[in-house]
Write a protein that binds this ligand. Structure first.
Ligand code: NAD
Length: 512
């Protein structure tokens, strides 16, 4: 295997590399004439272009997946599991290359790219257990000579539409289980950091995945609409912002598809007065500013109960100068740039909005030298205190390195605040009181809860999903619910009777 893969090759001498589609296990350049720039967020330079699919190209990807489906669903469980093991090993032995691609287009620091990939690969490892995961149930002798058993079968061609912030992990949340259970897959990654999708596709081909089982379509809303409404797509798994998630859930459901659509977030950390101040301050910084706050499970708002407020703010403030912002490829950098200039400016706008609304700007990321001097999309870390629930810096998902702080007097007030926010993706409580933590897990109206764990992303053998406007649909992503989403149940009632005992009986079949 060569270091430079086909997916990274330049189209012509001097031209920027072009990121195209992946159909039938090969690169397929678009003929739509449409493309978008891809940037390195650390330098602000355009490094590539990404093709934007035409309707015909979307159809071609779906047709490839449709043609491969009968063969792939008939492939033995042992062979499918073996292929998944090979894919896992291929990803594992190219961690550095995949991580470097993530950092080059997303901007997150290399150690964070490695972490994203590690959590993504966990999902392939889970899917390697498909012979066990896809087992049905069997009941012998439900009636005289009658047995009943259930099986789970793949649903067909399924689509994954994924966001910019985890260009490897979120697709891996989806396609491991989808492919392992016998479906064929069409991925539509974000146009902001599209290269990883092709690199993974090439590795899967080398690992022995047959043509058509995994396809990639680069594109925008046309591609999303094309997949969501396509008559040959059986299910859509989406992760992204809430307005898009809601629209895709509605459109896909109306078109008769199974849809799971994960949306935005505003994760709160409730800090009780007995919490350890140093440990909690570290957690606020790690979970608030890691990956420049561009994580759907980032802590966005710290809710302080009573007297814990002042010492906690002081401890966070004291630690802020330790956060080294810089190019994600530099080992000393702890936080890279934001993903695009537009997004960086939108995030910075919330600092102004907070100030105008009367909040206290304890730290302003716009004062960071890289914000002022670099062409990269940098913003330093910001801490906004005295935030009130009606301010836009509280109501909106900022998705950047901006930590907002709301004071409450009691635990009950904190829980009511968290439960009344539009989003219910993740939340955390920091306390040394086990009873209070248990009560929180009971009371809180949020899908994923951390107890002294600020980013409670479930491991791959549980499932991931928020509540309220953070998820549309009824199955969570990956793990057991992912297997359920990508398979449909069938129940067989079976009898091998002696023809001599046969008679005419028009009554409804009874078991007793
Ligand atoms: P996004 O909604 O802009 O894009 C997600 C995907 O949908 C991309 O592939 C994009 O091309 C496509 N898309 C964008 N706008 C669309 C539209 N109007 N109609 C149809 N398709 C559209 O999201 P993003 O900016 O790439 O990612 C950040 C968002 O994703 C944040 O809101 C974050 O909270 C969310 N997110 C959620 C989770 C979760 O598990 N709940 C995980 C990661 C990211």
């Amino acid at each position: 295997m060569t270091q430079m893969k086909e997916s990274q090759a330049t189209e012509a001498q001097g031209a920027l590399p072009r990121v195209s589609h992946w159909i039938d296990n090969k690169i397929v350049p678009s003929t739509s004439g449409k493309s978008r720039p891809v940037y390195n967020p650390a330098t602000g330079e355009q490094t590539k272009t990404v093709d934007i699919a035409s309707v015909e190209e979307i159809d071609a990807a779906v047709a490839s997946a449709k043609a491969a489906f009968p063969m792939w669903r008939a492939t033995s469980l042992a062979k499918r599991a073996d292929t998944l093991f090979r894919i896992r090993n291929a990803f594992d032995s190219h961690r550095d290359e995949i991580g470097a691609l993530i950092t080059a287009e997303h901007g997150k620091v290399l150690s964070d790219s490695a972490g994203e990939l590690a959590r993504g690969i966990e999902n392939i490892e889970y899917a390697c257990g498909v012979p066990q995961l896809q087992k049905g149930e069997f009941s012998e002798q439900v009636s005289g000579g009658v047995d009943v058993y259930s099986i789970r079968q793949p649903i067909g061609v399924v689509a994954g539409i994924t966001p910019f912030n985890f260009p490897a992990m979120v697709p891996l949340w989806m396609f491991g289980n989808a492919i392992a259970t016998g479906n064929t897959f069409v991925l539509k990654p974000s146009t902001v950091d599209p290269s990883v999708s092709l690199y993974l596709a090439e590795l899967m081909k080398e690992a022995g995945l047959p043509d058509g089982v995994f396809n990639v379509i680069q594109g925008d809303r046309v591609a999303v609409a094309g997949l969501t409404e396509h008559p040959d797509i059986a299910a859509v798994s989406f992760v992204g912002s809430t307005p898009a998630a809601k629209r895709i859930y509605e459109t896909g459901s109306q078109a008769g598809k199974r849809v799971q659509a994960l949306g935005g977030a505003k994760n709160h950390m409730l800090v009780l007065p007995d919490a350890d101040i140093g440990l909690t301050a570290d957690a606020c910084i790690n979970a608030g500013y890691g990956s420049a706050g561009e994580r759907c499970m980032a802590i966005a708002t710290v809710v302080t109960v009573g007297e814990v407020h002042d010492p906690l703010i002081e401890a966070i403030k004291e630690r802020l100068p330790q956060v080294v912002v810089g190019d994600g490829t530099k080992p000393e950098s702890m936080m890279g740039p934001l993903v695009t200039e537009t997004h960086r400016d939108k995030v910075a706008g919330y600092i102004d909005a907070g100030e105008q609304d009367g909040a206290t700007i304890v730290a302003d990321g716009r004062e960071h030298p890289l914000y002022k001097e670099s062409d990269g999309f940098y913003l330093g870390v910001s801490l906004i205190d005295d935030v009130k629930p009606n301010m836009s810096c509280y109501t909106d998902e900022i998705f950047g390195p901006v930590l907002t702080v709301v004071r409450v007097d009691t635990y009950e007030e904190g829980v009511a605040l968290i439960n009344s926010h539009e989003f219910g993706n993740g939340t955390a409580i920091f306390t040394r009181d086990g009873g209070a933590a248990r009560q929180f897990q009971f009371d809180i109206d949020v899908g994923m809860v951390g107890i002294n764990v600020p980013i409670p992303v479930p491991v791959s053998y549980y499932s991931f999903g928020g509540w309220r406007a953070s998820l549309f649909g009824d199955t969570h992503m990956y793990g057991p619910e992912g297997v359920k989403f990508f398979t449909k149940g069938k129940v067989i009632t079976s009898r091998w009777p002696d023809p001599a005992t046969s008679e005419i009986n028009l009554g409804f079949p009874r078991t007793k």
